[in-house]
Write a protein that binds this ligand. Structure first.
Ligand SMILES: [Zn+2]
Length: 426
């Protein structure tokens, strides 16, 4: 992924500035403290830092926002990962009796990485992405977001760009944080449709009747398929890619389609021929009759790294961490603007650090004064921090994170009320 304005050699110089003046500590703490509903929820959370030369430090934990801030400013991590909430302070895990230090809770997380789509995208491979294949991430988010909300009833979903070639989802509802390993596995299995590795040709097999969840997912895929698969990836254009598609249809149909394709070169028309054959088959056969939908799903359905979702103690890259290779900040994705989200638009650490040095415009000065008035009771350093990220391209992402946190706060207000009622009763 080209990030022309970023040179990874500058990272050691930029990180101190990023953590000192730009990292949204107060929002970050507000998130992971979850309203202070449960004692030690923030304090028992594991953070892990990747330092210079890939030095990996696990089991970091902090008692307060100030301590987190101080340590981050001291260590200037290249990368931050978030782990589980443990039974004890992670930084004291060596001092507790063996076997008692246990991961208790964590957000339900999902990790989708573009490299898992290498067998179905022709524009790029490995760590590279482009606007064409990014559509796969857009489709994945639409499908999973709907399923997690409507089929599982979760409300507080934070989608985050990984900074390079994928996206993460943090399901922050209390019920999600308390899920057992078995329950997490069940959710991940429910959402997994693509089965088998490189050696498996046909990775999606649908049976009658098609599950409502798959029907809903297909609605999303159908919106993107003509432009994305037929135009941008041209899966029915070149011979090799046509053969790969035809390998997914029943043998008798394959023969017919091969013949028809000789006189028909336009991808849309070729797709219509496939659909015609499928409709025919659906009237007669009892097996393999949904091959057109199986093709759509195999090419577009989200590919999950289920191991990341299953484990409670699995670490995942933190929002607002920097991606050391691209310099891009791992930013929350506003669902209302998902289709407009462009990973190449996401600011790099060098850009936002540079924006800090730009002279302010009059309008910005005015805004800053507004903030100063409102935040009068806060100390000067805190006030400066508020203004600092607001002057950069990071502002709109922090603003969206704030909105997400407001939604979460409404949920823990309910919890706090319940708790105080309980105390009244006893
Ligand atoms: Zn691409």
């Amino acid at each position: 992924m080209p990030s022309s304005d970023y040179d990874s050699a500058c990272l050691p110089d930029l990180l101190p500035l990023y953590y000192r003046r730009l990292f949204p500590f107060s929002q970050y703490y507000r998130w992971l403290n979850y309203g202070g509903v449960y004692k030690n929820y923030f304090q028992n959370r594991e953070f892990s830092f990747t330092l210079k030369d890939d030095i990996y430090v696990r089991y970091q934990s902090f008692t307060t926002q100030a301590e987190l801030e101080k340590e981050m400013n001291k260590m200037n991590p290249y990368k931050i990962d978030i782990g589980a909430v443990y039974s004890h302070r992670p930084n004291q895990h060596n001092t507790v009796k063996s076997g008692t230090f246990q991961a208790l809770e964590k957000e339900l997380v999902f990790d989708i990485d573009m490299t898992d789509y290498d067998d179905v995208r022709y524009c790029c491979s490995a760590a590279d992405i482009c606007p064409k294949c990014w559509t796969l991430m857009t489709i994945a988010i639409h499908i999973l977001d709907r399923a997690l909300r409507e089929d599982f009833g979760f409300k507080h979903l934070l989608w985050v760009y990984s900074g390079r070639r994928g996206v993460h989802c943090w399901v922050c509802d209390e019920a999600a944080r308390k899920l057992s390993v078995a329950a997490r596995s069940a959710v991940a299995e429910y959402l997994s449709l693509i089965k088998g590795g490189d050696e498996t040709v046909k990775k999606v097999v649908l049976t009658d009747p098609i599950h409502p969840f798959i029907r809903e997912s297909l609605k999303v895929v159908e919106r993107y398929f003509p432009q994305y698969a037929l135009q941008d990836q041209d899966i029915l254009g070149r011979k090799e890619s046509v053969d790969k598609v035809l390998a997914l249809v029943p043998e008798d149909v394959r023969k017919v389609l091969k013949e028809r394709f000789q006189n028909e070169k336009k991808p849309e028309n070729r797709w219509n021929l496939i659909e015609d054959q499928a409709i025919k088959k659906q009237g007669t056969a009892k097996k393999g009759q949904y091959f057109e939908r199986e093709i759509m799903l195999q090419y577009c359905y989200p590919r999950l790294d289920v191991n990341v979702s299953k484990g409670v103690n699995h670490l995942l890259k933190s929002p607002f961490s920097v991606h050391p290779k691209t310099g891009r900040i791992s930013v929350p994705i506003n669902m209302k603007e998902l289709d407009k989200f462009d990973p190449f638009d996401v600011p790099t650490i060098s850009l936002i650090c540079e924006e800090l040095d730009r002279p302010r415009t009059g309008e910005e000065e005015e805004k800053a004064d507004d903030v100063k008035e409102k935040e009068n009771e806060k100390d000067a350093a805190e006030r400066r921090k508020i203004r600092d990220y607001k002057r950069t391209s990071l502002a709109k992402y922090v603003k969206y994170f704030d909105q997400f946190l407001d939604g979460l706060a409404a949920s823990w207000k309910g919890e706090l009320l319940k708790k105080s009622d309980l105390q009244k009763d006893f």
